[in-house]
Write a protein that binds this ligand. Structure first.
Ligand code: GLC
Length: 622
């Protein structure tokens, strides 16, 4: 049964000192969005015990302090909590900033037609419909549609995995932000944008609005790792649906999902590019959401580097794997999200500063990564001969890397050719993590975080090391695996991350769509086709696993979920991108000369000084 309207309840996580005064918040200071519905659900009793929810229409004061919020305040206000309006509306309550309060299902597919056909800025989609899909793709589409989650009868996302035989889905029955990205692209590329629009707007409502540092609460602007649509019983036969976010407070290891907000911004840009509907990103609540994520990432800390400092497990690798500090994956997504934000933030007096800050950070970040994360044979030889303990501004070995870190595997593995190389996994004082992390390297190509030459060299390396990085199933999440005492110490003896399994050198088919995008960008589609052909021989027969194990990806992963949605969606997106490379081009970024010109600083003998235009430009050539 379909509810006639959905009343959204936006709850802000509040600190104990605040929620103690309000008994309604005592049992669990959480935030939900909810809608009323008319039928019961089996697990509703359990849920009501877990959480106390409070209707939004209370006089509770919000304590949001962000500067960006002032924009939302200036909107026209309505205090109505249930109204016959659409998801496009924004309200403020009692002059306070709040997320959109009242939503209603989009009616039919009117919106889809409007956004797909209605804007001349949209990408040319001619030829899409003519593409014949084979049985395999048909099954993949059926499974993808089957994984769709609805809220108030509107599609809002896809569950992480839907294996009908799995009785213990853990949190794989939730909608993960990062996992939904390939689903979103598959739908967008097929001309179905409603689910993506709903996802973007609903997750925006779940975004954390209150800055707290205690009680494991998230910082302002953080996007959840995942959310679940739960049903709560009301009186009589009624129930309400609530969107219940997980910011990492329930996740294994309690890690904050730093990548979620970055993916959200990247997807928002993709939505605009593919549908031509730029009105979504122009909405004031959406603009505020972008700025909140950007502000959270750009906030000053104790760090000396332009890279983002994060804990272990804050991204796709969401368990302890020794990637705390400045992991490449986060930096590449951060760069992509900042480039997206720079395109999307509406320029006006109040946004001038943040746009400038973003541009400066982009310049510094690419300079830092290009200079310090890049390795090829010559660079490794240089590190191998490094002097250490150099105290001065003109040190060559700036991070005091001890040459002993250049381990034998690396010396054997790095290609002879100067045209092959890669960006290392992490860089910290006296520490270079030389492991090859695929997602970070691919997004460096896609976003032009690397120079054009570096980007080409990364693909050369993948081609040369095909057996190691692709093997029987594209692609390895990282190479090589941590073994023996390294595995003990770095993973904490994690039985799921044993050598060549899961995050520790397992092979993840979802990386395929990102590889495809990178290959198309660099004019190397044949490499992507080779990988897709290999994947399609096994994925269906193997029941679309989450990951594969062993050195060459021969076995279905030990604890791998089956019918994993981002495996399915990643495959479909790869196919669509290869069939429509012109659309793919709207999803990546070329080198931005303006960013290079404004390169903010570089350490030289004379200390901190402005980069010269020539010095910055010379980076294009390395
Ligand atoms: C695993 C992955 C993570 C993914 C989640 C749901 O925890 O490491 O990246 O989002 O499963 O598929």
């Amino acid at each position: 049964m379909i509810p006639s309207q959905c009343i959204l309840r936006a709850f802000t996580r509040i600190s104990p000192s605040k929620y103690i005064r309000d008994t309604a918040f005592r049992s669990y200071p959480s935030r939900f969005s909810s809608c009323i519905n008319q039928y019961r659900n089996a697990d509703s009793d359990r849920i009501i015990k877990l959480r106390n929810v409070v209707p939004f229409c209370t006089d509770r004061q919000s304590s949001v302090t962000a500067q960006v919020v002032s924009e939302a305040r200036s909107l026209s206000a309505s205090t109505t909590c249930a109204n016959d309006r659409t998801l496009d509306q924004i309200y403020t309550k009692n002059g306070l900033n709040v997320k959109p309060l009242v939503v209603e299902r989009l009616k039919g597919h009117e919106k889809d037609e409007e956004v797909v056909n209605g804007d001349d800025k949209s990408v040319n989609r001619d030829g899409f419909e003519g593409v014949k899909s084979n049985d395999l793709e048909e099954e993949a589409w059926r499974l993808l549609r089957d994984s769709v989650v609805t809220y108030c009868d509107s599609p809002v996302g896809t569950v992480a995995a839907k294996d009908p035989t799995d009785t213990m889905p853990s949190n794989y029955d939730q909608v993960f932000i990062r996992d939904f990205v390939p689903s979103a692209l598959a739908f967008l590329l097929k001309g179905e944008s409603e689910i993506v629009r709903n996802f973007l707007l609903h997750t925006l409502q779940l975004q954390s609005w209150e800055k707290t540092v205690d009680c494991y609460s998230p910082g302002q602007g953080l996007m959840p790792a995942s959310f679940k649509v739960r049903t709560l019983p009301l009186e009589e036969d009624k129930f309400e649906e609530v969107l219940d976010p997980d910011f990492g407070e329930a996740a294994i290891g309690r890690v904050a999902p730093v990548d979620s907000g970055l993916w959200w911004i990247i997807l928002l840009r993709a939505y605009g590019k593919i549908t031509g509907d730029y009105s979504l990103q122009e909405r004031i609540d959406v603009q505020t959401g972008i700025k909140m994520i950007a502000n959270l990432c750009l906030a000053d800390g104790f760090d000396m580097f332009p890279t983002l400092l994060v804990t272990d497990g804050s991204c796709m690798i969401d368990r302890r794997m020794g990637i705390h500090g400045h992991p490449l994956e986060i930096q590449a997504l951060f760069y992509s999200a900042l480039r997206s934000s720079r395109e999307m933030i509406t320029v006006n007096d109040s946004s001038k500063n943040i746009i400038k800050t973003i541009s400066n950070r982009l310049s510094a970040l690419s300079f830092h990564i290009r200079e310090n994360y890049w390795v090829d044979k010559n660079k490794i030889n240089e590190i191998y001969r490094y002097k250490t303990e150099e105290y001065s501004m003109d040190a060559t070995n700036k991070f005091n890397i001890y040459p002993e870190q250049v381990s034998p595997w690396l010396m054997d593995w790095v290609p002879e050719s100067p045209d092959s190389g890669f960006l290392i996994g992490n860089l910290q004082p006296a520490h270079m993590d030389f492991r090859f992390f695929t997602l970070g390297n691919l997004w460096s190509i896609i976003s032009s975080l690397g120079t054009p030459k570096q980007n080409q060299a990364i693909l050369n390396l993948i081609e040369e090391k095909w057996n190691d990085l692709v093997g029987h199933m594209p692609l390895k999440i990282c190479y090589p695996a941590l073994e023996s005492s390294e595995w003990h110490i770095i993973t904490g003896s994690d039985p799921k991350n044993t050598p060549w399994s899961y995050h520790n050198g397992g092979s993840w088919p979802t990386l395929l769509w990102q590889f495809t995008l990178a290959c198309i960008k660099m004019g190397r589609s044949e490499l992507a086709e080779k990988a897709v052909t290999m994947a399609e021989k096994r994925l269906q027969a193997d029941r679309w696993p989450e990951y594969y194990d062993t050195r060459d990806g021969k076995f279905i992963g030990k604890q791998s979920r089956l019918y994993q949605t981002w495996t399915i969606a990643g495959f479909l997106t790869s196919k669509q991108l290869l069939q429509n490379p012109e659309i793919a081009s709207s999803l990546f970024w070329e080198e931005d000369l303006e960013l290079l010109e404004s390169c903010v600083c570089v350490l030289t003998k004379s200390g901190r000084k402005k980069c010269s235009r020539a010095a910055a430009k010379s980076q294009i050539l390395i």
